[in-house]
Design a protein around this ligand. Structure first.
Ligand code: F3S
Length: 646
């Protein structure tokens, strides 16, 4: 039987299990990436394993999320990351060099390799034919230690693109259309693999926009073949030798096929507050706009920004709009400066930020209260922009440029003529300058001292499991709770990084202000959630902070993949209602009791006695035998330490 692109890569990296859909497999990870917010915990975990150097082919530590320097914390933490990189044999991409995913596909991704990153949008690099998966920092630390990464063998969905995008319609509209059709849960347990005539006209940065937002579908990852377009891109990056052709076999069998005719596609927009709340742009016409942001790892390539510059050339941004712009990488920024694009945008009224995440994650440039922000980024969850009641719309650079000019959401085809909307070719030769990436010097590990400012705190470890658990329901939540709801992104969280005692104080702060107080009152507690609990970013702080506060289990209708793995890594039980209707028979502050926990974990079914309402609730643990062992050990670090007698 023929193989898909994803199956070919999995097959060459398989170290554990069989490639049967739905069963657990372990794959070797060739590359790792971390960023400043999730990286500190990952390197603390790696350090605690007492392994002198990383065992991967290539590992890199990016600083891209929080570049503000309002006090000592960020600079101190960046120095911690620099020194751990040097000590453990990891490359270090300095602040200002760009967003991890964008730099990675430009400079370091290699088709056919595997990549694990402590960020959910690690999937971006799938645009270059890499099997790239987002995970928690602990999983990345384990990959650096040479351990396999375990996941459920995904189902593979073939997204067949036919036709060609028309002027004014962008690659972003392809992924928005998929989100419209499938929802934020549509990719769960799946790899989205793109094929068809339509992919031939999509360049690597366009493909990266699509694979980036595969994370919003909830997909394990997304991937394009490594074809002639990939070769051209790598050649333009001066690294053609990294190219190998990887195409699906002609008789490859997919689990599901979805077709999108690019000729028929029109400009789309995701309305507040979910990336799948997608409609054609024309349905939002005349919504007044306060802020426009072109940037992020989704849409900040050379052509994304040049397109906007051409549309706005010799025009001035609407007086009521604050227009923010940030190139994805230093490479792109340098090219845009060289080609006069930045000059032209500044003349039009753009405010230029340094290459980095910033506004995407609410670190600076928060919109006005109740304001409308049109963004080219990938998430519009409530509060992510830094302003709780802002209304964030997600769209292409074309739609963003139209909003910047007119002050309203408009179909760009109504605002610009076809010459202004013409597609742009990426450079045939990129400006290559890796001077802001520090290579490891191969020093003996004892010669390097790790620099720890006062903000670096030790990684908290779970106290372990007890045979009987008596705990209270500390909070009862609805569907689609995001990791941003648990630990809000933004400058407070992202400057605290490894300082879990401080971070824990903001847990659920935005939606349940007395949450922390109640955890202190109860000591041991359980959170009850609805569907898709913990969707969104890979930030493991959303598991660690509750663990630190004494949360022993999450009991939900379903739990998002990365978050479930993070809960297990930190010894929190990810329990699923056997009968979803039982959600109704549990209330906040109820006392719950579980006996003979270890046996029940081994059987992957847990009976909970609700002492307050005097009834039994049956739950299941959708975990592998390996994960059951991790939970019994009290989390992954405890497990490794017990195994290696550290
Ligand atoms: Fe950064 Fe936003 Fe991407 S936080 S990694 S630009 S999703």
């Amino acid at each position: 039987m023929g193989k898909t692109v994803a199956e070919k890569i999995i097959k060459t990296h398989l170290v554990d299990g069989k490639m049967t859909k739905g069963s657990e497999i372990g794959i070797k990870m060739d590359q790792t990436l971390t960023h400043d917010v999730t990286g500190t915990l990952a390197y603390l975990a790696f350090e605690s394993m007492k392994i002198p150097k990383v065992k991967t082919e290539f590992s890199i530590s990016y600083v891209d999320h929080n570049l503000l320097q309002v006090d000592y914390k960020n600079m101190d933490d960046h120095l911690f990351l620099k020194s751990t990189a040097e000590k453990f044999g990891v490359h270090y991409s300095k602040a200002g060099n760009g967003i991890c995913h964008s730099v990675h596909y430009q400079r370091y991704a290699v088709p056919g390799k595997t990549l694990i990153g402590s960020d959910s949008h690690t999937t971006t690099t799938g645009g270059l034919g890499v099997l790239a998966i987002g995970a928690g920092g602990m999983d990345v630390a384990m990959a650096m230690a040479g351990e396999a990464f375990h996941l459920t063998m995904p189902f593979i969905t073939n997204v067949v693109l036919t036709g060609e995008l028309k002027p004014g319609v962008a690659p972003k509209d392809i992924i928005l259309e998929l989100l419209r059709r499938l929802s934020v849960k549509g990719g769960l347990g799946k790899i989205m693999e793109y094929t068809g005539e339509g992919i031939k006209s999509l360049r690597v940065p366009d493909r990266a926009t699509i694979t980036n937002m595969g994370a919003e579908l909830g997909a394990t990852t997304s991937i394009f073949p490594s074809d002639e377009m990939t070769r051209k891109f790598l050649k333009a990056q001066g690294r053609e030798e990294d190219w190998t052709e990887i195409l699906p076999d002609e008789n490859a069998v997919y689990d599901e096929v979805i077709e999108i005719d690019l000729n028929e596609l029109e400009p789309m927009i995701a309305k507040p507050d979910m990336p799948d709340n997608v409609v054609p742009v024309k349905e939002c016409s005349h919504v007044k706009v306060d802020q426009v942001y072109i940037g992020s790892c989704t849409n900040a390539s050379y052509s994304d920004i040049k397109k906007a510059a051409v549309m706005l050339r010799d025009k001035t941004v609407h007086p009521d709009v604050s227009f923010i712009l940030s190139a994805g990488t230093r490479q792109t920024f340098q090219e845009l400066i060289r080609d006069g694009v930045i000059q032209s945008l500044v003349t039009s009224g753009a405010r230029i930020m340094e290459p980095g995440c910033g506004a995407c994650v609410g670190i600076g440039q928060a919109p006005n209260s109740g304001g409308v922000s049109v963004r080219t980024s990938n998430r519009n969850f409530k509060g992510r922009s830094g302003t709780m009641d802002a209304h964030v719309y997600l769209a292409s650079p074309e739609v963003a440029a139209a909003a910047a000019l007119t002050g309203y959401i408009e179909d760009p085809r109504r605002v610009f003529n076809s010459r202004e909307l013409a597609a742009f070719v990426e450079p045939t030769k990129y400006l290559v300058d890796d001077s802001q990436v520090i290579k490891p010097k191969n020093k003996h590990t004892d010669e390097v001292e790790i620099l720890r400012g006062p903000n670096i705190k030790p990684l908290p470890i779970n106290e372990g499991i007890t045979e009987t658990l008596k705990a209270h329901v500390v909070s009862k939540l609805g569907d689609n709770m995001t990791t941003d709801d648990i630990i809000p992104a933004g400058s407070i969280f992202s400057s605290l990084r490894s300082n879990v005692p401080e971070i824990s104080k903001i847990t659920f702060g935005r939606i349940d202000p007395n949450f922390v107080e109640r955890t202190q009152q109860y000591k041991k507690s359980i959170i009850v959630g609805g569907e898709n609990y913990g969707q969104g970013s890979s930030r493991e702080h959303a598991a660690i902070a509750p663990m630190y506060l004494g949360v022993k289990a999450i009991l939900a209708k379903s739990i998002a993949r990365i978050h479930k793995a993070n809960l297990i890594n930190f010894g929190i039980l990810p329990l699923i209602f056997r009968d979803k209707k039982d959600y109704e028979y549990i209330a906040r502050d109820d006392e719950l009791e579980v006996v003979q926990i270890i046996n029940q974990i081994k059987n992957k079914k847990i009976s909970i006695r609700n002492n307050t309402q005097n009834l039994i609730i049956e739950t299941v643990l959708d975990i592998s035998d390996r994960e059951a062992e991790l939970l019994i050990a009290g989390g992954r670090l405890n497990y490794v330490k017990q195994k290696n007698q550290i």
